[in-house]
Design a protein around this ligand. Structure first.
Ligand code: PEP
Ligand code: MG
Length: 840
C-alpha cells in the first residue's frame, strides 16, 4: 500500500495558518488547502520531488506536480503578479524535474516587500488528485520552521475516495475545476475572452466556463461573450488535459485580477483634459467648436451576391476568404507586436479569435446551406452575433460591435466589390473608431460639424486632413466613446471635451460662441490677405499645408503667402496603382494655378511606416518607422520617383515650384537627388531647375543643418516627425499623444541647432503641426524661423497672432526655457508669458 506523502517547507520562515493569510482567495481556500510562510530567506525551494508544470510569466509563482499527481502551487507573496517579475529570478522552467529542496526562485526581499502587499507565501495543494491532507506536521502557526521540515502530510487515495475528495461525480484524470469571481471592471469583454481562449490553446486543455446552467466552450469567443458576464459574477472553470491546473491558474488570474489596461480606465487615461460629469475627454487634433447630433459612423459593407451557387462551392469560397483575412491579420499582428503596439496587437488577437470561432463558422455554414452566397452567409451570421451582443445590455460588449463589423467587412471584401461611402447627416458630430485618410476626405465633403475618434493621434494624417478643412476633431477618446449617444451634443475641440447631452443653457451659450467666432473669422480673413509682421518688425511668411489642388484653392482664399507643403503622397494613397505622370502633373499644376505665382513647395513621395501603398509592398521589417521610407525609397523605387520628378519638371511656371525631400538624414541624399534632377531636366530640355529643399525631420538632419543648408535652397522643419524621433514616441500611439510635445526642450534645442546651422546659408521654415499651434509658433519665430506652413483654415488666426508677438522679447526667455524639465513645463511658461499683461 502506498505510504503517506510529506510536503516540506520551501524556505525558513514563520508558519502562518492559511485562514490568516490577508487575501480572501487564499484564506477562503478557493485555490485549495495549504499553509503559508512569512519568509526568513530569499529563495524558495521545491517542497517535494516532482515536475515543474507551470512558472508564472511574472515569475512569482511555480506549480510542481509530484509523482502521485499532487500539484502544489508555491506563490511568493501576495499581489506579486503586479511586480511583473521585478526583483524575482526564476531558477527553473516548466517541464523540468526537480528534487525536494532544489531552489525554484530567488527574490530580492527588500524590493518585493516594498512593492507587494505582503511577503507571506502560500503553499497550496492546487490539485490533490485524491490525496487527503491529514496533518500540518508538528508545528503551529507562529512557529519558525526550517526549509525542508515537513509542514503538511497527505494520505494516498483509497478506492472510496473521489479523485479530489470534493464532489460525488468522479472526475477524469487531468480534470480540474475552479470557482472564480470576475474581477474585470468591464466584465468579460472581447480581450479577456480572447485571452481565455488562448490559455486553453497554450496549455493544450479543453476549457469550459460554467455560469448557472450554461456551459460554454472557451474556444467560442461568441458564446463566451454572449454569457454577458459582469464584474462580480461567479463562474466555474473546468479544464481537462495534462496541464489542467496550470490552465486554471492562468485563467483565474486573467478573470479575477483587474486588467492592467482596463478599457474603462484607458478611456479616461489618455485624454489631456479633465472630463466632468457627462463629458468625454480627448486630445485636440483639429481645433474648433461645434454643436450637432451624434452620429456613429459605420463604414458601408462591400456588395456581395445574395444567392449562392452550390453550397459546397460557397463553403470553399468562404474558407478561402477566411484564410485570406486570417493571413493578413497575422501579418498585421506580427508587425504590431514587433513595433510594441500592444493594444493594437490585442485587438488583432481578438479579431483572429472571432475569425476562428466555430460557432460563427457553423452559423455561416447554416446560411450557406439555406442558399445564401458565401459573402451573404458571413454577413448574416455576423449580423446575428451583433444583435446578440447588443442584447446583453453590457455597454462594453455592445461597443465590441465595431470589431465584429470590421471583421464582417474584411471577409465580405474578399467575396464582393468595394462599398460606397456612407452618408452622414449634415452638421452631425461623427463618431468613429478610426478613419482612413480617404474616409476622412469623403466624410468632410458631407460637411459634418465635427469628428470624434476612439483612437488616433494628433499628428496622424487624419488629424492633418481635419485641420486642413477646419473640421473640429478630437482623437484618442477611448472605448467609452463607442457608447456615447446624444441628440444635440457639444464638441469643444479647444478644451478637448465632448458633452453628449448638455443642458439647454450650455447649448445656447455654445451656439452664441460659435456665431461670435464666425464673425471674428470673417474679419480675420480680410486682414489675412496682408503680410504678417510681428510687433518687432519681422515679416513671417504664412503658407499652407495642402494635399492637392482643391485645398490649394482654399488656401488662396484664406490668404496664404504660398504653399509650404504639398504632401504629394495623398495622390498615391487609397488606389490600386500609382497615378500616371499626366495625372500627377494636372494635380500639381492645379496647386500652382491656385496660387497665381506665389511659391508652391511640393514634397516628393513620403511613403513608409504610417503611410503605406497597397501596390508598393515594402519589406516587412521589425520597425518600419526606422526602415526604408521617404527619400530612402529612391534606391528601390527609382521608376516611381522619376515619374514624379518628370511630372514636376513639366509644370509652369517652374520658377514658382520648389521641390522638397522628406526623411533626409544626411547631405549625400540631397546630392544624389540633385544629380538625378539635373539628369532628368537635361533629358527633358529644362534649363532652369526649380529650387530644391530638405525637410528636417530626424535628429541627424537637425544636427547637420549647416552642411545641408550649404547645398539646399531652403530647409523646412517637419516637427511631427522630428518630435517623434527625438522623443522616441510613436506619433500614431494615442497613449503617448499627450507627451509628444514639440515644446520639449530636446526638440527645441534641435530646432535651434537647425536655425543656427542654416544662418547665412538658406532660409528655414516649419511645416509640421507646431507651426499652427499658438504657443509653439511664437517660440519657433523667436528661435529664428522665417516661414510657417499651416492648415489653410488656420492662416488668418496665425497671421493675427504673429502681429501681436514681440519675437525679440520672447527670444530673451528662451535660454531659461531650454533648461526646463519637459514639454509641459515649457508650455506653461510660454502660456504665462504670452498671457501676461504688456508693461509699458
Ligand atoms: C512632419 O513630419 O512634421 C511633416 C510635416 O511631415 P508629415 O506630417 O507628412 O510626416
Ligand atoms: Mg514627416
Amino acid at each position: 500500500m502506498a505510504s503517506s506523502f510529506d510536503i516540506q517547507a520551501p524556505m525558513d520562515g514563520v508558519l502562518v495558518a492559511l485562514e490568516a493569510v490577508p487575501d480572501p482567495v487564499f484564506a477562503g481556500g478557493t485555490l485549495g488547502e495549504g499553509v503559508a510562510l512569512d519568509p526568513l530567506g530569499d529563495t524558495l525551494h521545491a517542497p517535494c520531488d516532482g515536475e515543474i508544470v507551470h512558472c508564472a510569466r511574472t515569475a512569482h509563482a511555480v506549480t510542481l506536480r509530484s509523482a502521485g499527481g499532487v500539484e502544489l502551487l508555491i506563490h511568493l507573496g501576495l499581489d506579486t503578479v503586479n511586480l511583473d517579475g521585478a526583483g524575482i529570478e526564476l531558477l527553473v522552467e516548466a517541464g523540468q524535474r526537480v528534487e525536494a529542496g532544489a531552489p525554484l526562485l530567488r527574490f530580492d526581499a527588500d524590493q518585493v516587500a516594498q512593492q507587494a502587499m505582503s511577503l507571506i507565501t502560500p503553499l497550496i495543494i492546487a490539485e490533490p488528485s485524491g490525496w487527503r491532507l491529514t496533518s500540518h506536521g508538528t508545528q503551529h502557526s507562529g512557529d519558525t520552521v526550517r526549509q525542508g521540515e515537513v509542514v503538511m502530510r497527505l494520505e494516498p487515495p483509497t478506492s472510496r475516495d473521489a479523485p479530489d475528495g470534493g464532489d460525488a461525480t468522479p472526475r477524469r484524470i487531468g480534470e480540474a475545476t475552479r470557482e472564480v469571481t470576475l474581477g474585470l471592471a468591464a466584465g468579460l469583454h472581447a480581450r479577456p475572452a480572447a485571452r481565455l481562449r488562448a490559455i486553453a490553446h497554450e496549455r493544450n486543455v479543453d476549457l469550459e466556463l460554467v455560469h448557472g446552467a450554461t456551459h460554454v466552450d472557451a474556444r467560442s469567443l461568441s458564446r463566451l461573450l454572449n454569457l454577458g458576464l459582469v464584474n462580480g459574477d461567479r463562474v466555474t472553470l473546468i479544464a481537462r488535459g495534462e496541464c489542467a491546473t496550470a490552465a486554471l491558474d492562468d485563467a483565474e488570474r486573467l478573470l479575477s485580477e483587474a486588467e492592467t489596461d482596463d478599457p474603462v480606465a484607458s478611456a479616461t487615461d489618455v485624454p489631456a483634459a479633465e472630463a466632468g460629469v457627462g463629458q468625454l475627454a480627448g486630445l485636440v487634433a483639429s481645433q474648433g467648436l461645434a454643436v450637432g447630433p451624434l452620429h456613429h459612423y459605420v463604414a458601408a459593407l462591400p456588395t456581395v451576391p445574395q444567392v449562392g451557387d452550390d453550397p459546397a462551392h460557397e463553403r470553399a469560397a468562404l474558407s478561402v476568404a477566411l484564410e485570406n483575412v486570417d493571413h493578413s491579420l497575422k501579418t498585421a499582428l506580427g508587425q504590431a507586436k514587433r513595433s510594441g503596439r500592444s493594444s493594437e496587437a490585442e485587438i488583432l488577437e481578438a479579431h483572429l479569435a472571432w475569425l476562428d470561432d466555430p460557432a460563427l463558422r457553423e452559423a455561416a455554414d447554416g446560411y450557406v446551406d439555406s442558399g445564401r452566397s458565401a459573402g451573404q452567409a458571413w454577413k448574416e451570421a455576423l449580423d446575428d452575433e451583433v444583435a446578440r451582443l447588443q442584447a446583453t445590455g453590457n455597454k462594453l460588449l455592445a461597443a465590441r460591435v465595431a470589431d465584429l463589423r470590421d471583421l464582417q467587412r474584411q471577409v465580405m471584401a474578399r467575396l464582393g466589390s468595394a462599398p460606397s461611402v456612407p452618408q452622414v447627416p449634415a452638421d452631425a458630430i461623427v463618431i468613429a473608431d478610426d478613419l482612413t485618410p480617404s474616409e476622412l476626405t469623403a466624410l468632410a465633403a458631407q460637411r459634418p460639424a465635427g469628428i470624434c475618434l476612439v483612437a488616433g493621434g494628433t499628428t496622424s494624417h487624419v488629424a492633418i486632413l481635419a485641420r486642413a478643412r477646419g473640421l473640429p476633431c478630437l482623437v484618442a477618446m477611448g472605448a467609452m466613446l463607442e457608447s456615447a449617444e446624444g441628440e444635440m451634443a457639444i464638441l469643444d475641440a479647444e478644451r478637448g471635451l465632448l458633452e453628449p447631452q448638455p443642458e439647454r443653457a450650455s447649448l445656447e451659450a455654445m451656439r452664441e460662441r460659435i456665431a461670435e467666432r464666425e464673425r471674428a473669422r470673417g474679419a480675420a480673413r480680410e486682414s489675412a490677405r496682408k503680410p504678417a509682421t510681428t510687433h518687432d518688425g519681422r515679416t513671417i511668411e504664412v503658407c499652407a499645408n495642402v494635399a492637392g489642388g482643391a485645398e490649394a484653392r482654399i488656401a488662396a482664399q484664406e490668404g496664404a503667402d504660398g504653399i509650404g507643403l504639398l504632401r504629394s503622397e495623398f495622390l498615391f494613397l487609397d488606389r490600386d496603382r500609382a497615378p500616371s505622370v499626366d495625372e500627377q502633373r494636372e494635380e500639381y499644376q492645379a496647386a500652382l494655378d491656385a496660387m497665381s505665382g506665389k511659391p508652391v513647395v511640393v514634397r516628393t513621395l513620403d511613403i513608409g511606416a504610417d503611410k503605406q501603398l497597397s501596390y508598393l509592398p515594402l519589406p516587412n521589417v521589425p520597425n518600419p518607422a526606422l526602415g526604408v521610407r521617404g527619400i530612402r525609397l529612391w534606391a528601390s523605387q527609382a521608376a516611381l520617383l522619376n515619374s514624379q520628378l518628370r511630372a514636376l519638371l513639366a509644370l509652369e511656371p517652374l520658377g514658382s515650384l520648389r521641390i522638397m525631400l522628406p526623411m533626409v538624414s544626411g547631405v549625400g541624399e540631397l546630392r544624389a537627388l540633385r544629380q538625378r534632377l539635373e539628369t532628368l531636366a537635361s533629358e527633358l530640355g529644362v534649363s532652369r531647375l526649380p529650387q530644391l529643399g530638405v525637410m528636417i525631420e530626424v535628429p541627424s538632419a537637425a544636427l547637420c543643418a549647416a552642411s545641408l543648408a550649404a547645398e539646399a535652397d531652403f530647409l523646412s522643419i517637419g516637427t511631427n516627425d522630428l518630435t517623434q524621433y527625438t522623443l522616441a514616441m510613436d506619433r500614431e500611439d494615442p497613449g503617448l499623444a499627450a507627451q509628444l510635445d514639440v515644446l520639449h526642450p530636446a526638440v527645441l534645442r534641435l530646432i535651434k541647432a537647425t536655425v543656427e546651422g542654416a544662418a547665412g546659408r538658406c532660409p528655414v521654415g516649419v511645416c509640421g503641426a507646431a507651426a499652427g499651434d499658438p504657443l509653439a509658433l511664437a517660440v519657433l519665430v523667436a528661435l529664428g524661423v522665417e516661414e510657417l506652413s499651416v492648415e489653410p483654415s488656420r492662416i488668418p488666426a496665425v497671421k493675427a497672432s504673429l502681429r501681436e508677438l514681440d519675437a525679440g522679447e520672447l527670444a530673451e526667455q528662451l535660454s531659461a526655457w531650454l533648461e526646463l524639465d519637459d514639454g509641459a513645463a515649457v508650455r506653461a511658461q510660454v502660456k504665462a508669458w504670452l498671457e501676461a499683461p504688456v508693461t509699458a
